[in-house]
Design a protein around this ligand. Sequence first.
Ligand code: ADP
Length: 164
Amino acid sequence: MKQRLAIYPGSFDPATNGHMTIIHRALRLFDHVVVAVARNGLKNPLFTMDERQELLKEALKGVPRVEVDSFEGLLVDYVRRRKANAVIRGLRAVSDFEYEFQMANANRKLDPNFEAVFLMTGEDYFYISSQMVREVASLGGDVSGLVPTCVQRELLKKFPRKEG
Ligand code: ADP
């Protein structure tokens, strides 16, 4: 039987528990999930491409059927090259919807076979974004519970916690 492959693209600067839950849920729907870090996109990332990929790999260590990769250029070209069945995107709030709707339609214009699957986040994760995590960490706040432990460790190296 043909294996079904999904690509989960994003910036992952850094990976959060919101991303992790989407990956685990996508694995219930697809045989393989490729987490693909976009090379173009962020102007001033906190973590380098290598760091973002390594952190995803560490956070997903021991999880079968997942691969961490990166891509450059158009997502539709990468999807075609990988012969993927669909792209996974997470939806947090109505505000995500407009952008995602626009992107999905633009991608389908570029490739009529393009298909996106949207997973709606749960109440425990809807407020978590990479940007929020970066801000909290940069101000010396506690990000435990928001990110995988390896990400927390690396954030602490960049932004030591304030005492007292
Ligand atoms: P981008 O820079 O493309 O928005 P992100 O790395 O921020 O990429 O996120 C990648 C994908 O994960 C997006 O589809 C985003 O909506 C989704 N996502 C991010 N955080 C969460 C969350 N807390 N719950 C569900 N989906 C999320």
